[in-house]
Unconditional design. Sequence first.
Lengths: 321, 394
Amino acid sequence: MFEALREGLGEEMERDPNVCVIGEDVGDYGGSYKVTKGFSEKFGSWRVLDTPIAENSFTGMAIGAAMTGLRPVVEGMNMGFLLLAYNQIANNCGMLHYTSGGQFTIPVVIRGPGGVGRQLGAEHSQRLESYFQSVPGLQMVACSTPYNAKGLMKAAIRCENPVILYEHVLLYNLKEKIPDEEYTCCLEEAEMVRPGTDITILTYSRMRYHVTQAAKTLVDRGYDPEIIDIRSLKPFDMYTIGESVKKTHRVLIVEECMRTGGIGASLRSAIMESFWDELDGPIGCLSSQDVPTPYSGPLEELTVVQPHQIVTAVENLCGKK
Amino acid sequence: MALRQAWQKAGKVLNGGALVSPGSTFARALSTSSDPLTLEIPVPFKGHKVDPPSSTVETSAAELVDFFRTMFVMRRMEIAADSLYKSKFIRGFCHLYDGQEAVCVGMEAALNDKDCIITAYRDHCTHLGRGGTVLEVFAELMGRKDGCSLGKGGSMHMYNKKGGFYGGNGIVGAQTPLGAGLAFAQKYLKVDGVTLAMYGDGAANQGQLFEAMNISALWDLPVIYVCENNHYGMGTAEWRSAKSPEYYKRGDYVPGLKVDGMDCLAVKQAVKFAKEYSLKNGPMVLEMDTYRYHGHSMSDPGSTYRTRDEISGVRQERDPIERIRKLLLSHEFASVADLKAIEKEAKKEVEDALAKAKESPSPDAPELFSHIYRKSYGAEAYGADRKESTVKLP
């Protein structure tokens, strides 16, 4: 996947000279996850900028540069570090288009790996989608496959709105064959992973793989789950989700965000508001536990939703077969 | 200078030395010649890791009259804003700039349209200096449609894209990294201009300022950090908030200059010097020693942390408008009557703008949702029912 991201970013940088990358160790080091490897030699140090460790100011700089028409791509070495830039993202990035009465657009892309990794410790296992979801003016997307990673990266760079692209630490080494021709993915659209009839399972990022793994067990037991990767975390693709709910009448949300105030919490109330009449039962929501991610391996596994829990939840919602 | 262009648009013409209003019944005998004139700046510059510029500045009678008129309009505007606030036309926060006019007026004399300015919330006069109109400012303050941000920004969020004015920022210090970003873009796009990132003595203690200074010094960005030191961060005097209140030295490896911020000509000289330096070498810090007559904002009487004697003392000895008035009178570039006429005209301009702004309507309800997102790339956004609320974004 890191190569797909690199291809997407590289193609956009070739296409538009105003695209530049700003982040820590993105230049000579090639990026801590190799997404920008080789870019420094190819595009020069003025388009691939190695910053000092100053997230607040380099994110602010990217926003200031975007106000003049440049299209910076900010890399947070780990999404969690962008908490230091929270003021710039919440107050300036999202709001400037509105408070200036439409005079300025902020076509900035903020990307980086987040999510729970392999025993990285609490401070390096943050899920920031819940913190940024209520900032007006931002768009948020989460990639999960090499195909949608490249497509979303390209679309995010071309988009006039500020976009936060959530990558996941554990998905960088995923392999998939992707088309040679140029393509982009729609930022606001969800992806149908597996059509089905019994229950709609909504997920994103790494949990997609736990869901597809659980689906194998579920299919063996006679269930027919419909799996949708929502991809667009803000705004939600309520159309695709709605069509699915109208078909299956049962919903389970599986996410890696915290239980309190997470994406699942917002999605649950959005679905209930729009599709109450279509639902046969309560909307299930499996999220990570509301705890700092522990270092110990077994404990870390308990923090995050595991496939067997997904199977149990589906059985409870659909009834035993 | 941006305001001069605005007057020319309004029909006033500089006609071979006399300021003439077409259709006026008399031409004023104001000496508004553009012949160069050299004056001495009384308060010397202080340099940090740089040799200060000469204290002899070149100006002209026309420029001095320009300064006088512009600052007078700004002063009247801020005072009118004071009464508007008290009569509840302006709500929320209102931070007035009176006393500090020399900084933004002096700056504009050394800048052009390739340069960018970004500042904090005390931005009404800076907006004017960059080509905004008094009407836009009043309408925005009152939250009306004709405001520069369509009534959606308010006192602290005034912007002028055409004039190179990037706001208008509410959070103290957050504009300094934005300023570094503007300078980065200027260097990237090879625009021959500088960015003035303005902040106050209160913001001078923000970490992000030092982060921005480090990055801009590292990459030689053409940014000038202008500290408008009015000596009080809301209610906290500089000696209570800064271990080292010598803000022009705070850049450490970034050279700095301390300037008498109540003197338009000193400001002009300093900014001209800094611009030349910055285009070649990277950032510089300018500390403008200035003063605000009002409190921090309208809810602050301004007298609990300083004495009224101090305020009136500064007003008597260092007021920027009075300084220019004395210069004009002593050099006989204008008579007392001439200046009174300019003042009268300025007052009228401000009153007319105010009346027009009061007539401007509030923004319509759908404006609540406009300008959240911009038309995106090849995407469609749907509501829950695709039939009813499809929005195609080309």
